[in-house]
Design a protein around this ligand. Structure first.
Ligand code: ADP
Length: 545
């Protein structure tokens, strides 16, 4: 082999930070505080405060590889931790504030966190698990709603005492940078340990025009929490691009977000479908209340974005949705549903169909789908199989060591998603493997049924799950919530689905709920639906579909 003669320049987060400081020092980071006021700082302030935080953490004894946990909303201090901790050679570990204290205790113990940065507004949650984490040596409180309690350290006072220059170490690019745990809907939560290299490559590819298309003129609103899959890497990709960042703090309701999008002239916002369904309902109720002319892309992922929602935003509000798929294990970006240039001539319906799929893989992520013995399946658009992925920002193993069965001998990660792939590479998720409905031996796609139900004008959300059935083993049942002041009968819902699906796909019953139970990361919690309603077809009073 003849080795190339180019520099072995490490891909580190430090470079993103240096670039932001050097070229975009006047760019803004805007954070919404709990009292709804806005705090503004520049990238120059961000750079100086990041150095101060690194000094403070060094003084507290944080060394290479140590885990520094955060329990925070999206705001500037969280962004500072995203940079200071990895740039020191330590690991930032984001704790999901929507988890139960017992889960947080399990995760913090598993990670052996030594320092925790927590919002004052989340202090009660901290108290419910933090004192039991044996490895924790220091707790630093971000004073978002008042001063730090007694024995703890105040984030702002710590920073005020430190210098704004830090001698950042030269890091090797495979140094660990960030630790995120999966939400553990199947078994115990598992840690995924991102590296500097994986984070930087992920950020670079996120900025590409044909992926998420982030650029310097953007104003990026990560609504997706920084405690979930690193807010889809946006705190790194937006800083790499030199874009303005708008952090929503704890205010994630539709009205607050729409106000923020308008006043800060947001161009790109990102979050899970349930949030955008709320935003669409708010816009439909008051179509002229907000001027959203600045918004050019709303990135939606985490669960399937219904086609009716994508269409509703486009036709009624001139807003474009970018639908993407990913996982904590994939840093998270894996596929994006942009329409290829060669397909741009297709009919509007076909284009909507493509945009509502999970899309095709971004550069450096490879996809295949396999059957039970692990053999690759044809890309014909209708053969289902489990999706496997590989690439430079896909986990090669879990931090905690378990879950080894999710990695194949030939170097692929088994996602647990059941998909079809078509000849163009477009992927369509039909289910998560643990949620598939198998009726009389035939698979029924809950995602396809949900999308169709959500196109009914009265339906706000729909989750289709497997209920026990005496003859067919399992049959689909739909849980639905209605838009305010609206309703529909099971017969009407069934009529809406008829003609779109084979008869045996149609749900046997409809359960009307005030709210569909969700996981901590906003996905339908089908285990709970099955627990509460899984026997509905065995009960004499079952509502027929
Ligand atoms: P968790 O910790 O809940 O597993 P992740 O964010 O890692 O959280 O979840 C990843 C899963 O979310 C994927 O395996 C897939 O099932 C689902 N998902 C993500 N994006 C989409 C999407 N665009 N459409 C459908 N499902 C999605």
């Amino acid at each position: 082999m003849l080795t190339g003669q180019m520099m072995a320049f490490p891909l580190t987060i430090t470079h993103l930070w240096q670039r932001a400081r050097e070229f975009f020092s006047q760019q803004e980071v805007v954070s919404r505080l709990p009292d709804k006021s806005l705090h503004r700082q520049t990238y120059a302030d961000f750079a100086a405060r990041t150095a101060r935080l690194a000094h403070a953490l060094t003084r507290l004894g944080v060394g290479p590889g140590d885990r520094v946990a955060t329990l925070c909303w999206n705001h500037r201090q969280h962004l500072e931790a995203y940079y200071a901790v990895p740039m020191m050679g330590a690991v930032v570990h984001t704790l999901n504030l929507r988890l139960h204290p017992s889960e947080l205790l399990y995760i913090a113990r598993s990670a052996a966190d030594t320092v925790l940065i927590v919002d004052r507004s989340l202090w009660k949650l901290y108290e419910a698990f933090g004192p039991q984490v044996e490895s924790l040596r220091h707790v630093i409180v971000v004073p978002d709603t008042g001063p730090a309690p007694g024995e703890t350290l105040d984030y702002e006072s710590l920073l005020a005492a430190e210098s704004a220059e830090y001698p950042w170490p030269a890091l090797e690019e495979n140094t660990a940078a960030m630790l995120c745990y999966t939400s553990g809907t199947t078994g115990n939560p598992k840690g995924v340990l991102y590296s500097h290299r994986s984070t930087v490559l992920h950020a670079l590819v996120s900025c590409m025009t044909d992926t998420l298309s982030l650029r310097q003129s953007d104003t990026v609103l990560p609504v997706v929490p920084m405690f979930h899959a690193s807010a889809w890497g946006l705190p790194y990709s937006a800083v790499l691009a030199g874009a303005k960042l708008v952090m929503p703090g704890p205010h994630l309701d539709a009205i607050s977000l729409l106000d923020l999008m308008e006043t800060e002239k947001v161009t790109v916002a990102a979050g899970v479908p349930t949030l955008w369904l709320g935003i669409l309902a708010a816009l439909d109720a008051a179509p002229t209340r907000w001027n959203l002319a600045s918004v050019r892309s709303m990135i939606i992922g985490g669960s399937a974005a219904p086609a009716s929602m994508i269409e509703g935003f486009a036709t009624r509000h001139h807003l474009e949705v970018t639908h993407a798929w990913g996982m904590t294990e994939t840093n998270p970006l894996g596929t994006v549903a942009n329409v290829k240039h060669s397909l741009a001539g297709r009919s509007p319906e076909e284009q909507l169909h493509l945009r509502a799929s999970q899309g095709y893989a971004v550069p450096f992520v490879e996809t295949r789908h396999v059957n039970d013995p692990g053999l690759a399946l044809p890309r014909d658009g209708h053969t289902f199989g489990e999706l496997e992925v590989r690439g430079p920002w896909v986990a090669a193993s879990y931090y905690s060591g378990d879950g080894a069965d999710r990695f194949t001998a030939d170097g692929w990660f088994k996602t647990g998603d059941v998909v079809t792939l078509d000849a163009e590479g477009y992927m369509r998720i039909t289910d998560r493997a643990k949620d598939v409905i198998k009726s009389g031996g035939e698979w029924i796609s809950s995602v396809a049924l949900e999308n169709a139900l959500m196109s009914h004008p009265a339906v706000l959300e729909a989750a289709v799950f497997a209920a026990q059935h005496p003859t067919w083993t399992e049959r689909p049942v739909a849980a639905v919530t209605f838009k305010p002041g609206q309703t529909a009968t099971p017969e009407e819902l069934r009529a809406h689905l008829e003609g779109r699906f084979a008869k045996f796909w149609l749900p046997d019953a409809y359960v009307v709920l005030a709210q569909i139970p969700r996981t901590s990361t906003g996905k339908f919690l089908k285990t709970k639906l099955r627990e509460d309603h899984g026997d509905i077809l065995l009960r004499p009073s079952a509502t027929p579909g």
